[in-house]
Design a protein around this ligand. Structure first.
Ligand SMILES: [Zn+2]
Ligand SMILES: [Zn+2]
Length: 209
């Protein structure tokens, strides 16, 4: 099952240009079987999700992108909506209690502005980022960051033994489905999504365009 785990729509994420009414057609065109809504600290109600998905043949999951003291973190299987900048340790406790999962979003975004090479940031140093002590995994493919930044994330995930997932971070329709997490089985609920991420029953895929 092909799922884009990181998608923003408007108006729930004001920074996004994606009109939800066009989203599922775009997802189908991109060959996806499912999407996961990850607005910025703004959850859809179950009724709204049901309405969006009705009759479209695409599974709609929901996570959340939380602004924390250690950067943006995607949470799955945790349905409280938090506001403001959340201390990462507090989020960890809550998500663990809920049985959810935390994924550091675009963990090296912007690093190339200064230049990874200029900074001489190597994998060893990348692994030392404090955020990695508090998450289950990180995004190793995110279409909003550069290839070297994704590459660093992938190597850090491997070195630390953390989950490495893919999500487009789509803010425009043409970005939907660029980075895909491919699950071995058909998932029906967020709980199953969390289970299969945790059990590493997935691979990642990137669409070059
Ligand atoms: Zn983000
Ligand atoms: Zn995002």
């Amino acid at each position: 099952m092909r799922v884009d785990l990181h998608i923003h729509t408007r108006p729930k994420s004001p920074c996004s240009a994606i009109d939800p009414s066009a989203l599922l057609e775009a997802a189908a065109r991109a060959g996806l079987d499912g999407i996961c809504l990850t607005e910025h600290q703004n959850r859809w109600s179950p009724e709204e999700v049901g309405e969006l998905a009705r009759g479209k043949g695409i599974r709609v999951f929901q996570g959340n992108e939380i602004t924390t003291s250690q950067g943006d973190i995607l949470v799955f299987g945790y349905d409280r909506d938090l506001k403001g900048v959340v201390p990462v340790q507090d989020l960890r406790k809550e998500v663990e209690t809920a049985g959810g999962l935390m994924i550091a979003a675009h963990p090296f975004r912007g690093f190339l502005l200064f230049g990874i090479t200029q900074l001489q940031l190597d994998v060893e140093q990348g692994c030392k980022r404090a955020v990695f002590q508090h998450v289950d995994g990180l995004e190793i493919h995110n279409c909003k960051v550069t290839d070297p930044e994704n590459d660093m994330a992938r190597r850090v995930a491997e070195r630390l033994g953390l989950l490495g997932v893919a999500g487009s971070d789509a803010h425009r329709l043409d970005e939907v489905g660029r980075c895909v997490t491919v699950f071995e089985r058909e998932l029906r609920t967020e709980r199953e999504l969390v289970e299969d991420l945790r059990a590493r029953r997935f691979t990642v895929e990137v669409r070059r365009s």
